[in-house]
Design a protein around this ligand. Sequence first.
Ligand SMILES: NC(=O)c1ccc[n+]([C@@H]2O[C@H](COP(=O)([O-])OP(=O)(O)OC[C@H]3O[C@@H](n4cnc5c(N)ncnc54)[C@H](O)[C@@H]3O)[C@@H](O)[C@H]2O)c1
Length: 259
Amino acid sequence: MDFINELFSLKNKLAVVIGGGGVLAGKMAEGLAKAGADIVVLDLNFENAKRQSQAIAEFGVKTSAIKVDASKKQQMDTAATEIIDQFGRVDILINAPGINSATPFFEITKSEWEKIISVNLKSMFLACQIFGRQMIEQGGGGSIINISSASSGPPLSRVFTYSISKAGVNNLTQYLARELAPYKIRVNAIAPGFFPAEQNRKILTKQRIDAIFDHTPMARFGEPDELIGAVIWLAAEPASSFVTGAVIRVDGGFTAMTI
Ligand SMILES: NC(=O)c1ccc[n+]([C@@H]2O[C@H](COP(=O)([O-])OP(=O)(O)OC[C@H]3O[C@@H](n4cnc5c(N)ncnc54)[C@H](O)[C@@H]3O)[C@@H](O)[C@H]2O)c1
């Protein structure tokens, strides 16, 4: 077990989990806490963020919750200041706020387009800038993990703006991997396949679920727990110390499927 601990332990690391009040990032936060990391949960939904933070406290790590609209720079700056005042540093950033919509292409309004791009892509850009700068200033490296999607390309039907935003997340990840490598800050993405959650509840109709299962070699949804291994691996050094710019697909084979 010492060998596994040396590879994967996150003891004395501070992880900021944005969107951590949600289904997937909430589980990721729990996984990081079980691996020893202290956790700050950021979410627009403060009740869920607080509940998640309380659940994490059970694992004996330090934790707190902050309400933030991650697409608003001023709120993010304030949250970052609060985190540094309280914890002194940030070692791991999980970027996971996300919203979705199945509006047909010709009915997408400017405001819907701006809202989805704002939450899914601009939020991640802002967080990478704010916490990336903090990681550079404090020294010692870091790990940024952006949550992409199987829809980042080729895009899924019906979720146009969402897919564009996630393609942008992959591009942001690769760009920053290059820019931050000299500082030993690694930037990777996880692209989940299909996991029932709040943001996709309305989109997962019976017909769509059948289509998804037909196109998934494992013929089922993912369980949120099944993302934890990938998150801990990408967060931990030396486990993934030479991994940057990668988009890790956790999708039951969905993106490998043809006929
Ligand atoms: N569930 C899936 O099948 C799936 C698949 C691929 C990718 N993803 C991605 O995983 C991430 C987590 O999604 P989820 O499925 O757990 O959904 P979720 O709805 O449970 O979680 C999303 C969280 O983001 C928060 N949020 C929304 N707007 C915000 C904002 N402006 N500022 C701060 N927080 C905000 C919500 O309050 C919520 O807690 C998203 O980026 C999503 O696109 C999910």
